[in-house]
Design a protein around this ligand. Structure first.
Ligand code: ACM
Ligand code: ZN
Length: 509
C-alpha cells in the first residue's frame, strides 16, 4: 500500500498485521442517500477490479451512512474478512473509495489490491478545496474540463472556480445578450513573450459554452463531489462585454476584445482605452448585470456567486457624469466606495437568490463591504483589510500568489511553496481558523494556450494543493517528494502531462 495523497488524518494499522485482497470483492452495497456519487463509486471499483459488481455476492463492499460522521468525512475498517466503509455524505463515500483506489494504485501497472488490516478515520481540514480555471484567456473546452474534474475528484478537491469572463473573452452563453458570445468570445490574436511585451501572434482565439453544455458539466462535477462556482468578473476585467455592448462603458467608444493581457497595456501601442471598468453609474449597466446573474444562477446551483472585483481602475468613473452623480447622491466619499456600494448591491441581489457573494480582496478597498461577502485573498502584497474582515466575522478563501498561483513558473514558485503553505501567515492566527473556508489554486491562462502546458503547470502542484487543503497534520517535505514520485502512475492513467522533479524543485533543496 502506497501512502495516499492527500494524507488521511488518521491511519491505524492492526497490531497483528494481515491484509484483505480487494480482488475478492464481488458486490457493492451503497447507502441510498449516496445516490449522487454512487455511479462514479461503482465505475471506479468496477474498472479497477475488472468486473461488474452487483448488489449481492459472497464478498460485499458495504458503504454505509454514519450519523456521527460530518459531511465529507469517512471511515474505512479493514480486517482479513473484508472492508467496511462508513461516510457522512455522498462526497465522503466517494473519498473513501478514492482512498482505496489511490492506496492500492488501482488501475495502474503497480496495482496491489491487498489492503492492510486497520482503520482509516478521515475528514478534511478545510471544507473548500478549490481550483480556479481561467477559460477566458484561453479556451480549453469540455473534454479537458471533464478530465480535470476526474483528477480533482481523485485528489479530494471539491470546488471548480470557473473564470468564464474577462477582458480577453466571454465564454458563457447569455440568451438575453447574444452579442456577449457572438462578439465577446473571439479575438484575432494574443500577446506573446510575457507581461509588458508588445509582441502578438496571429492565432485567433474563440469558443464558449452553451447553457446546455454548462448544465452538463456542472452535473458531471456534482457526481464527482465537486461544486462549480461561476466567476463573472466585474466591474473591471469586463472588456469583452464592453466590446459587445459599448453602452456598458462610461464612454461609448468602439472597444476590442483585448488581445493584450494584464492591467497595464504596453504604452508604445498608444492604446489608451484598454483597461476600464464598466459604468456602474448608469442604471442600464446594473440591469444588464442583474439579467446576466439571473441566467447564470439558473445554471449553477451552488450557493455562491463570484464577481471577481479585482484590479478595477477608477479613472473613467472620475470623469463620468453618471458615476459622479451616483457618488454624490449616495453620499459616498470616493470612487473606491462606489465600487464598495456596487459590490454590496450585487451581494444583496445574489443573496435574494440564496447565494453568497465572493470577490477578490480588492473589493475591500472601499472599507464598506458587508460582512457576509467572502473574500478571496490573492494579492502578493499584504492586505490588512482581509484580516480585519475576518476579525469582524467575515470569511476568506486563501489563494495567495506565492503559494497558489499555478500559472507562475516553477523556477519562481517551486512546488515546495504550495506544499509548505502555513495557514498562520500574515496575521491569520489560529483564532480565525474557522473563518477560513479554504484554499484555492489558481490556474490563470494568459501564457497557457494548450492542454499540455495547462497540465504541466498544474501537476504535481495539484498534489500539494490537495495535501495543504485536506491534511491538517505536520509536514515532511522530503517524504512528500517521494510520495509525489510514487503518485505518478495515477497521473499517467489519465494521460496527463506533468513537471518532473528537476523542474518543480527549487535548486537549493
Ligand atoms: C487576480 O489575479 N487578479 C485575481
Ligand atoms: Zn460611468
Amino acid at each position: 500500500m502506497k501512502e495516499i495523497i492527500p494524507r488521511p488524518q488518521s491511519c491505524i494499522l492492526a497490531k497483528k498485521g494481515g491484509t484483505f485482497d480487494m480482488a475478492r470483492i464481488d458486490a457493492l452495497d451503497i447507502d441510498a442517500t449516496f445516490s449522487l456519487t454512487a455511479p462514479i463509486i461503482k465505475d471506479i471499483l468496477e474498472k479497477g477490479l475488472g468486473k461488474k459488481l452487483g448488489k449481492e455476492g459472497e464478498k460485499v463492499l458495504k458503504i454505509g451512512f454514519a450519523q456521527e460522521l460530518s459531511p465529507q468525512s469517512y471511515r474505512i475498517e479493514c480486517d482479513e474478512n473484508g472492508i467496511s466503509v462508513s461516510a457522512g455524505d455522498a462526497a465522503g463515500a466517494l473519498y473513501a473509495v478514492q482512498t482505496l483506489r489511490v492506496g492500492s494504485m488501482m488501475g495502474t501497472p503497480l496495482q496491489d489490491l491487498n489492503v492492510p488490516c486497520g482503520k482509516v478515520n478521515d475528514y478534511p481540514r478545510y471544507s473548500w478545496r478549490g481550483l480556479l480555471l481561467d477559460e477566458s484567456r484561453h479556451f480549453f473546452g469540455e473534454e479537458e474540463v471533464k478530465k480535470l474534474l476526474d483528477v480533482m475528484s481523485m485528489h479530494k478537491l471539491n470546488v471548480l472556480h470557473w473564470h468564464l469572463t474577462d477582458d480577453q473573452g466571454w465564454r458563457i452563453e447569455i440568451k438575453k445578450y447574444p452579442l456577449l458570445t457572438e462578439i465577446g468570445s473571439s479575438r484575432p490574436r494574443s500577446q506573446i513573450h510575457g507581461w509588458g511585451s508588445t509582441d502578438t501572434d496571429d492565432v485567433p482565439v474563440s469558443g464558449f459554452y452553451t447553457q446546455e453544455k454548462i448544465k452538463e458539466i456542472v452535473a458531471y462535477a456534482a457526481e464527482r463531489g465537486i461544486s462549480v462556482i461561476p466567476e463573472i468578473d466585474m466591474p473591471a476585467h469586463f472588456a469583452a462585454a464592453m466590446a459587445a455592448y459599448p453602452w456598458l462603458a462610461c464612454r461609448e467608444l468602439r472597444r476590442d476584445v483585448h488581445y493584450y493581457f494584464g492591467s497595464r497595456i504596453p504604452l508604445s501601442q498608444g492604446v489608451r482605452d484598454w483597461n476600464r471598468s464598466a459604468c456602474i453609474g448608469k442604471p442600464a449597466t446594473l440591469q444588464f448585470i442583474k439579467d446576466v446573474i439571473d441566467e447564470v444562477c439558473e445554471l449553477f446551483p451552488a450557493p455562491y456567486f463570484h464577481i471577481g472585483g479585482d484590479e478595477a481602475p477608477k479613472d473613467e468613473w472620475k470623469d463620468c457624469p453618471a458615476c459622479q452623480e451616483l457618488i454624490r447622491s449616495l453620499g459616498l466619499k470616493n470612487e473606491k466606495q462606489l465600487q464598495g456600494w456596487f459590490t454590496n448591491e450585487i451581494a444583496k441581489y445574489v443573496r435574494g437568490k440564496g447565494r453568497r457573494l465572493i470577490g477578490w480582496n480588492e473589493i475591500l478597498e472601499g472599507d464598506n463591504i458587508e460582512k457576509d461577502v467572502i473574500v478571496q485573498y490573492w494579492t502578493p502584497q499584504k492586505d490588512g483589510r482581509v484580516i480585519r474582515h475576518v476579525k469582524n466575522g467575515g470569511n476568506a478563501i486563501i489563494s495567495k500568489h506565492k503559494y497558489f498561483y499555478f500559472d507562475m513558473p516553477y523556477a519562481q514558485y517551486p512546488l515546495r511553496n504550495t506544499y509548505m503553505f502555513n495557514p498562520y501567515f500574515e496575521g491569520f492566527i489560529s483564532m480565525y481558523d474557522n473563518k477560513v473556508k479554504g484554499i484555492e489554486g489558481a490556474l490563470w491562462t494568459e501564457w497557457i494556450s494548450t492542454p499540455s502546458k495547462l497540465e504541466f503547470q498544474l501537476f504535481p502542484r495539484m498534489e500539494a494543493l490537495a495535501e495543504a487543503s485536506w491534511y491538517g497534520g505536520p509536514k515532511n517535505w522530503k517524504k512528500f517528494q517521494q510520495r509525489v514520485k510514487d503518485y505518478v502512475p495515477l497521473l499517467d492513467m489519465y494521460g496527463l502531462n506533468y513537471a518532473k522533479d528537476e523542474i518543480y524543485r527549487p535548486c537549493n533543496h
